[in-house]
Design a protein around this ligand. Structure first.
Ligand code: DX5
Ligand code: ZN
Length: 214
């Protein structure tokens, strides 16, 4: 299992130290939650928050854009060091245009679906994606409870990937802990995002190890 700690739950007064710590414990991705107060009812961070981490850690910068106009800002997020840019299906009218625009910026592209969006809507665009992110909470805040309707979506994506030999990674985000991650892994998930479970644990190393072992 690939583990992507979400810095939303980190202590921002010592961000570099927090990020180095999770890297040391085996995390390979760093999940960066961008919220604009419009697509979701919360405001978090822009590119300036992570641009100085680039080069100081060796992690895949996995930028989750929960914003209404991802194409307007994608270039800035790439310039700051994003490796993956994931936009929301619900935010964009022309999904193929968004996929192509982001790919042209030289990064990998992901799409995310909210809990009330059915996974089948992605059917035609699956061949063009590097990552599919299934939200297992309503996007906007850390610390919410896992919604199990994510599991069938993960299973669908795993079946499509196998049948057509697609290359996207299957990622889940929201309410992940050892138990919910295990359910996701059984359904075919390859990358788990975890914020609260890792950063608020008394034993961060143990929390990450447990997820990595799935
Ligand atoms: C929620 C964010 C998540 C969040 C997960 O909108 O996309 O990445 O940080 O937090 P936990 O793991 O606490 O549910
Ligand atoms: Zn996220």
């Amino acid at each position: 299992m690939i583990v992507a700690p979400s810095i939303l739950s980190a202590d921002f007064s010592k961000l570099l130290q927090e990020v180095k710590e999770v890297q040391e414990y085996g995390a390979k991705f760093l999940h960066i939650d961008v919220m604009d107060g419009h697509f979701v009812p919360n405001i978090t961070m822009g590119p300036v928050v992570y641009k100085d981490l680039k080069g100081k850690v060796d992690l895949v910068f996995d930028v989750h854009l929960m914003i209404s106009d991802p194409l307007k800002y994608a270039k800035d997020f790439v310039a700051a060091g994003a490796d993956y840019i994931t936009f929301h299906y619900e935010a964009v009218e022309d999904k193929m245009e968004a996929i192509e625009t982001i790919k042209k910026l030289g990064v990998k592209v992901g799409i995310s679906i909210k809990p009330n969006t059915s996974v089948e809507v992605l059917y035609q665009i699956l061949p063009y994606l590097d990552l599919v992110l299934v939200m297992s909470v309503e996007p906007g805040f850390g610390g919410q409870k896992f919604m199990s309707n994510a599991l069938d979506k993960i299973a669908y994506l795993a079946a499509q990937k196998k049948q057509y030999n697609y290359s996207y990674l299957i990622q889940v985000d929201g309410g992940i802990n050892k138990e919910t991650a295990q359910l996701c892994q059984k359904a075919g998930c390859e990358v788990v995002v975890a914020g609260t479970y890792i950063f608020e644990s008394d034993d961060r190393q143990g929390a990450i190890k447990g997820l990595l072992a799935l």
